[in-house]
Design a protein around this ligand. Structure first.
Ligand code: PLP
Length: 363
């Protein structure tokens, strides 16, 4: 099938992508029909049969979601804990470290609100290595910066961390589902992802990868029914795998939606194709945006699904509102950088980009 007809078919499956010119997957991805169907089905079953009889189906659902996330990240299933969002995964690790007075954490000033700190403009590895002290207990970085879309070379930081015995926690909010992620090749210890952004799942879904050997170095801050074994004769014992970090209370309908989205991306859309499509559209949008008078590109080169820029003399919030109200185009602003951000989704078309360019020229 040609790229064009595949994109058209995908767009038919994702009504939000034809209802608007949808350039904000970095905040919320559009959901495919199968997500709605899976959630509706699960809610109907709960409503009609009551939840008690669905225990086995629920366990199978959780297992399916863990398996699909493991496939996405090239992890093993027992290294995956389901979470409600990226922040939950980040917090599970940050709070699970046995911090002592005077211990240090290294991060950047481009992190999301769940992890902030200093970096500057120096090359990443050098900047981070120079900050390492005998008290450094954790390094926290985003794989893709939400501010500019820059992809950090986290594998070299992971190698350095391994050398010094410092674990690395990665925020994968803007990478999972936007580019190929292989946690084993990266050598990362902890990797937190959302379900509701590039993976096009419902709210309240996400996952945390915890490298098998790193699992015992983090305490389970919250313990729920889902984190402990339920075996006869076992009084109270945490699972020996990443499930020990699951807080529980997850909405099964949301999990059904997440698993359905992951299956659709994997089997119908195809990860390889969608990563290439996001990258190709990002290059096209980068080139076209540069033709807009007064536009300054903040993203140094196309690297991920995000592009950030400013428009000379224009208030970013006004531009976002103008595009939405006058042109039905959805982008967002990044208040801290007073800039605009576009996410190029695999479901977008070159025509979407052209419409954005024309609208920005009119601003
Ligand atoms: C880099 C980054 N980290 C974390 C988040 C928050 O994600 P979540 O709502 O899944 O916790 C976002 C986006 O909102 C983000 O861009």
């Amino acid at each position: 099938m040609s790229d064009l007809s595949l994109v058209q078919r995908i767009r038919q499956e994702m009504p939000a992508t034809t209802a608007h010119v949808y350039f904000n997957t970095g905040t919320f991805g559009p959901t495919p029909n199968c997500v709605l169907q899976a959630m509706e089905k699960r809610l109907q079953e709960e409503h009609q049969q009551g939840r008690l009889g669905l225990w086995d189906a629920t366990s199978a659902l959780f297992d399916d979601a863990r398996t699909r996330v493991a496939h996405l990240l090239n992890a093993d299933k027992d290294e995956i804990a389901l979470t409600g969002n990226t922040g939950e995964g980040m917090n599970i690790i940050s709070y699970g470290i046995n911090w002592q007075q005077g211990d240090e954490i290294i991060t950047t000033n481009h992190e999301h609100h769940n992890a902030l700190g200093p970096l500057g403009e120096r090359p990443l590895l050098e900047a981070i290595t120079n900050l390492v002290t005998p008290r450094t207990r954790l390094i926290v970085l985003s794989h893709v910066l939400w501010t500019t879309g820059v992809v950090l070379n986290i594998s070299e930081v992971c190698a350095m961390g391994r050398e010094f015995g410092i674990p690395i926690l990665i925020d994968g909010a803007q990478s999972a589902g936007a580019l190929s992620v292989d946690v084993k090749a990266l050598g990362v210890d902890f990797y937190a992802i959302p379900g509701q952004k590039w993976l096009c799942g419902p709210d309240g879904t996400g996952a945390l990868y915890v490298r098998r050997k790193a699992q015992s170095s983090v305490a389970s801050t919250y313990v729920s029914f889902f984190s402990v074994k339920h075996e006869e004769g076992v009084e109270w014992e945490l699972y020996e795998n990443a499930q020990r970090f699951e807080m529980g209370g997850y909405h099964p309908a949301a999990l059904a939606g997440q698993a359905a989205a992951l299956q659709w991306l994997e089997k119908t859309v195809g990860y390889e194709w969608l990563f290439e499509r996001i990258a190709a559209l990002n290059i096209y949008a980068y080139t076209m945006l540069k033709s807009v008078p007064g536009l300054t590109m903040l993203t140094p080169k196309p690297m991920s699904g995000l592009l950030s820029f400013t428009l000379e003399g224009r208030d970013v919030k006004e531009v976002v509102m103008h595009l939405r109200e006058k042109h039905n185009i959805y982008i967002r602003d990044i208040p801290a950088m007073k800039c605009l951000r576009v996410s190029t989704g695999f479901y977008n078309t070159e025509e979407d980009v052209d419409r954005l360019i024309e609208a920005l020229k009119e601003c």
